[in-house]
Design a protein around this ligand. Structure first.
Ligand code: GAP
Length: 491
């Protein structure tokens, strides 16, 4: 995790929010490369799930909603974590997670020496287990109290209870309250889904582990509405679609680079299920902090639509033409965090390799995710014709992709810099490309393309550059393209 945090800051992926003021410990800012990576994750999600599927539609609901939404959804009463406070240092902890962090102990068996003891373990000198504050090691803790995770705010100029509302803690409710609007305006038949990407806010008691748990984050959520009266392949429609979404979501993460051995499915136990859920499965990823939730896929039944119908007094049903009756659809909810997905893609892509006796740090991002697709590098920055050609290539390629020009170091170092941010291809313009007028030599009009992963290089004519990148960035394997061109030594 330290390597990822350090790389993220050094190379412009992720910065701590308000850092010059000492930082807000639980909020993060995405830098120039981080925002590209994040946009790419959201773009492929939207393309794969909304644009390409005939049974899906998009939505962009507002963050501030009617306060009754949160009463109906159960968040006002149930969206709580048990919290304890240290009476000495005043720090606050989640009661159910307190034994998951190392704890500070002043051991009486060693004249009160201070030790930091691994999470959940007793002191190896005196044998006691933690009862005091894990952070300061001195304070008694208060009994647990329920703490609501929603951020409160006020609508309008007067700060009074009547104008109290909340920053949404999930994007899902924006979809439920628009169910009828979408149904009526788009005239869909069940099953269909509505997807949304947007910010969510939770006043987490113990945020942390970089962007894994923050107080402001983004979600990519789908509410997939199915007819509970129908069966598919001999199974109730909700159970069939739940299974389909689990398989689909797993395959999606694998397709964009998460390794099989770092992904697993975890079924929620009966006592762990949310009050609205018939079944929930989490896709877990082996983050640097250990196996943890990457996304959840819940069968929310008809709970939300029924609750909103009850609280709003509106009918939120679907007319089943075949059976001539109104039904309340069941809902399958694949819900992923953008930031958590980004952390997983970053962690999985990160490699430290040894190349010709030197350490090479490389982010082996899937090309669709890579923040920069191509870097154009002039071999000699003093040669005006080389520099001009390199700029022209950058300008041309940047009509379709995110491309940078860099001439701030020698070529070997420029390659390493691009490896470290995961740029799949570099294009080098050299003397051979443009020729040497002084010597009466004509250039061959070819440039070198270097592949990040294999470090192999090929010579490609300027005319063919656009179509070659169309192939490579469109998903063609390097080997299948490189075979058609003249090879150069590895770069
Ligand atoms: N609508 C259902 C829902 O919000 P959730 O499991 O609470 O379910 C869904 O959240 C996903 O949102 C999680 O799997 C995780 O990826 C992301 N997420 C939740 N809380 C987060 C936080 N504090 N920081 C970053 N991501 C978070």
């Amino acid at each position: 995790m330290d390597a990822l945090v350090s790389l993220s800051k050094r190379r412009g992926f992720i910065f701590q929010s308000s850092e010059i003021y000492g930082g807000t410990g639980s909020c993060w800012d995405y830098g120039p490369l981080g925002v590209e990576l994040k946009q790419n994750i959201k773009r492929i999600w939207w393309r794969d799930y909304i644009q390409r599927r005939p049974d899906m539609m998009g939505l962009d609901a507002s963050i501030l909603m009617h306060p009754t939404v949160w009463k109906a959804s159960g968040h006002v009463d149930n969206f709580t974590d048990p919290m304890v406070d240290c009476l000495e240092c005043r720090r606050r902890f989640r009661a159910d997670k307190i034994d998951e962090t190392p704890w500070v102990h002043y051991c009486p068996a060693t004249k009160g020496n201070k030790f930091t003891i691994p999470a959940g373990e007793p002191c190896s000198h005196c044998g006691v287990t933690r009862t005091l504050c894990p952070e300061c090691g001195k304070g008694e803790l208060t009994p647990p109290r329920q703490f609501n995770l929603m951020f409160k705010t006020f609508m309008g100029p007067v700060e009074e209870d009547a104008s109290l509302t909340y920053l949404r803690p999930e994007t899902a409710q924006g979809i439920f309250v628009n169910f009828d609007n979408v149904l009526q305006s788009m005239r869909r038949k069940l099953p269909f889904g509505i997807g949304q990407i947007g910010k969510a806010f939770r006043n987490e008691i113990t945020p942390g582990n970089f962007i894994f748990r923050s107080r402001e984050f983004e979600q990519m959520e789908i509410e997939f509405f199915v007819n509970p009266l129908e069966t598919v392949e001999g199974r109730p429609a909700d159970e069939y679609w739940h299974e389909r979404w689990i398989e689909d979501s797993m395959a999606w993460f694998r397709r964009y680079g998460l390794s099989e051995e770092n992904l697993r499915l975890r079924e929620h136990e009966a006592d762990e299920l949310a009050h609205y859920a018939k079944r929930t499965a989490d896709i877990e990823y082996r983050f640097p902090i250990g196996w943890s939730e990457l996304m959840g896929i819940a069968n929310r039944t008809d709970f939300d639509l029924k609750q909103h119908a009850k609280f709003s007094g509106k009918t939120l049903t679907y007319f089943d033409e075949e059976r001539k009756e109104h039904v309340v659809p069941y809902v399958i909810e694949p819900s992923a965090g953008v930031d958590r997905a980004l952390l997983a893609f970053l962690a999985d892509a990160y490699r430290e390799e040894e190349v010709r006796g030197e350490k090479r740090v490389v982010l082996r991002f899937h090309p669709e995710l890579a923040p920069l697709k191509v870097a154009v590098l002039p071999l000699l920055k003093k040669r005006e014709d080389i520099v001009r050609t390199a700029h022209a290539i950058r300008d041309e390629l940047s009509k379709d992709w995110t491309v940078v020009y860099d001439d701030t170091a020698a070529i070997g170092r420029l390659y390493r810099r691009q490896d470290e941010v995961g740029t799949p291809y570099c294009v080098t313009v050299d003397v051979q490309t443009v020729g040497d007028q002084a010597k009466g030599e004509v250039g061959d009009g070819k440039v070198t393309i270097r592949d990040r992963d294999s470090m192999e290089q090929i010579r490609v004519s300027l005319d063919a550059l656009g179509s070659v990148f169309l192939e490579l960035l469109g998903g063609a394997a390097w080997a299948s393209v490189a075979g058609r061109f003249e090879r150069k030594g590895d770069g």
